[in-house]
Design a protein around this ligand. Structure first.
Ligand code: F0G
Length: 351
């Protein structure tokens, strides 16, 4: 038994690093693959949650960021930039600190969760709020990275997907094979593409006998891959996936088609219900966007797209603590009492 070393050291021979690459890590990865009892009961499947909210900055982005930032340092970068709905910026800000780089982030004003804003600020990133959408932020970021000496660390940087594919490796390493079905939220469409790369690589090298059907889920108000065209004004409560023109569009379609899977829309109502189910029946506190994978699994079950007994992994991408406003707004207001045992007993309906 030995301590987890972070995704670069754990999967070094499968990543674009050499002995000359300075490894910038917060010991990301190695996240739990948690059996989901209630979801298994509801669907008749053997359901697991890949709990990515337990990464160092609270989301799956850290897997890609360790590789992107390490390569940026290797290539001599002094500054990095990203557009973000919040998690990428939190991760970039933390890894930039680790590497001694300057970090700039562009976020859509008023549309990112408070915890994520706090993370970018506390790590000292230059945070710019743009009066526009994530898609606008990404467009600006691309232009700045072309015109100025600043390295782009969004998932259009191929090192990001390389790092993120390690989540698929971990799943196969634990289960002994790929699952039958993999459910995942889709926003900018990098992560579904990265998982498919990881599953494919393991299957090609004989480390997995099969590859899963990839089921991706977008919010219905921000579902360009379902509609087959960009969405000009994407809307959803799941701000992390409020994206109208995903950068990895083609790769996500390839993952869907090569795997015999699908990309579907789930409503905000379904997302909110899955968020509550995860918190109250599985004991797992995720952010809204993450619940799209579970909302999607329940929908796929209703539509007969998953068979009883099949092994299903749902990636839950980010930690619920990132969005305390939403959590509190959706819960009953707490009772306040004086320092008094009778009042406490009465409030708790013990007496
Ligand atoms: N879930 C969470 C919590 C996310 O933050 C994101 C993306 C996704 C799912 C979707 O993943 O983009 O690879 O399809 N967040 C990005 C960001 C856009 O800026 O943090 P994807």
């Amino acid at each position: 038994h030995r301590a987890w070393r972070g995704v670069i050291e754990e999967y070094r021979d499968r990543l674009p690093v050499s002995p000359a690459t300075p490894v910038v890590t917060l010991l990301e990865g190695g996240t739990p693959l948690l059996p989901a009892k209630r979801l298994s009961e509801l669907t008749g499947c053997e359901v697991y949650l890949k709990v990515e909210g337990l990464n160092p900055t609270g989301s799956f982005k850290d897997r890609g960021m360790t590789v992107a930032i390490s390569k940026a340092v290797e290539e001599g970068a002094k500054a990095v930039i990203c557009a973000s709905t919040g998690n990428t910026s939190a991760s970039a800000a933390a890894y930039a600190v680790r590497a001694g780089l300057t970090c700039a982030v562009l976020v859509p004003r008023g549309k990112i969760a408070m915890g994520k804003l706090a993370q970018a600020l506390v790590h000292g990133a230059r945070l710019i709020q743009v009066e526009g959408s994530f898609d606008d932020c990404l467009e600006l970021t691309r232009r700045l990275a072309e015109e100025y000496p600043i390295a782009l660390v969004n998932s259009i940087n191929p090192h990001r997907l390389q790092g993120q594919k390690t989540a698929a490796f971990e799943i196969v390493d634990v289960l002994g094979d790929a699952p039958d079905v993999h459910c995942i939220p889709v926003g900018n469409a990098g992560n579904i593409s990265a998982y498919w790369m990881g599953y494919t690589e393991y299957a090609d090298d004989g480390l997995a006998k099969k590859r899963p059907r990839m089921l991706g889920f977008q919010a219905s108000g921000a579902a360009p891959l379902v509609k087959g065209e960009p969405v000009a004004k994407p809307q959803t409560i799941a701000t992390a996936i409020r994206i109208g023109n995903p950068a990895s569009w083609r790769l996500a379609e390839a993952a869907r088609d090569e795997s015999g899977g699908d990309i579907q829309a789930v409503t905000d109502r379904q997302i909110a219900a899955a968020y509550k189910l995860l918190a109250q029946e599985e004991g797992v506190f995720v952010e809204l966007a993450s619940a799209a994978s579970v909302a999607g699994l329940l929908q796929a079950h209703e539509r007969g797209l998953v068979a009883p007994g099949e092994r299903v992994v749902c990636t839950v991408t980010g930690n619920g603590l990132k969005d305390p406003d939403w959590a509190i707004a959706g819960a009953p207001a707490p009772t306040t009492i004086p320092v008094d045992a009778h009042a406490a007993a009465a409030a708790l309906e013990l007496a």
